[in-house]
Design a protein around this ligand. Structure first.
Ligand code: 1GP
Length: 251
């Protein structure tokens, strides 16, 4: 079970570090060397997905990722058509910060029979989009208003509602390539207020930010954009070490 793997990783390392692979933005000829580098650097798994799929072939991309690594491959779906084998699990995301019924339950009705048929582990996840400067793709595509940056209490109440509805993870999302990452005060408020692990992603561009997120209670850190630039690959290990707060590493 991937959810248990995540919980065990959080338990043993203090927090888990996942890298988001967007099929539209990851050149296939660099995929295996990037994945190898991630494995050697201590990354705990991969999310695969994107709000838009323009050029990428999702299924063949997932196949290539799975052929290249034994780390968990978790679908981070932008659409119902992004559900396929051989992924290990899927974040079964409900955009609880918004009030768009399609992204609260509508897409889920369409996705559920596909997930069952393919026997992929669904991980129910309350997705909270946080205001981060300018309008993000996640916010625009899902038609969901983000939570204001200076209203951590709204994020906390939303997260608790998601927990009470039975969700297993909370995802605080600033949006891919966000100008500003999720505020530390919001992470701390949400993490203290609810009992399920909090994922934080969007606009994280330094190991220091990743570490501060974990110190404030984040249990899973996601980065995507930053490593789309090959010049940054030498920092993957620094990010992983920063997230793994239980490991005795100086940053
Ligand atoms: C986006 O949280 C992820 O959904 C990652 O964001 O690409 O900005 O790292 P970045």
């Amino acid at each position: 079970m991937i959810y248990n793997y995540l919980l065990n990783t959080i338990d043993s390392k203090g927090a888990a570090y996942l890298i988001l692979l967007d099929p539209d933005k990851t050149p296939e000829n660099k995929l295996s060397s990037f994945i190898r580098k991630c494995e050697l650097s201590g990354v705990d798994g991969f999310l695969v997905g994107g709000s838009l799929m323009i050029d990428g072939d999702f299924e063949s991309f997932i196949e290539k990722v799975k052929m290249t690594t034994n780390l968990p491959v978790i679908i981070f779906p932008g659409e119902v058509n992004q559900i396929c084998k051989p992924a290990d699990a899927i974040l079964y995301i409900s955009v609880v910060s918004g009030r768009n019924p399609e992204h609260l339950i509508g897409k889920h009705v369409l996705a559920a029979p596909v997930i069952k048929k393919l026997n992929i582990e669904p991980i129910p996840t309350g997705y909270i989009i946080v205001e981060s400067g300018s309008m993000t793709t996640a916010s625009y595509i899902s038609g969901s208003m983000p939570v204001p940056r200076d209203k951590p209490e709204i994020a906390a109440a939303t997260a608790l509602a998601a927990q009470y509805l039975g969700m297993k993870l909370i995802y605080l999302e600033a949006g891919s390539g966000a100008e500003q990452p999720v505020p530390q005060r919001m992470i701390k408020t949400v993490a203290e207020y609810c009992d399920i692990p909090v994922i934080v992603g969007g606009g994280i561009r330094s190991p220091q930010t990743a570490r501060a997120n974990v110190e404030n209670g984040a249990k899973i850190i996601v980065t995507g954009n930053f490593f789309e630039d090959e010049n940054n690959w030498n920092l993957i290990k620094e990010f992983a070490d920063a997230v793994h707060i239980k490991s005795p590493v100086e940053i």
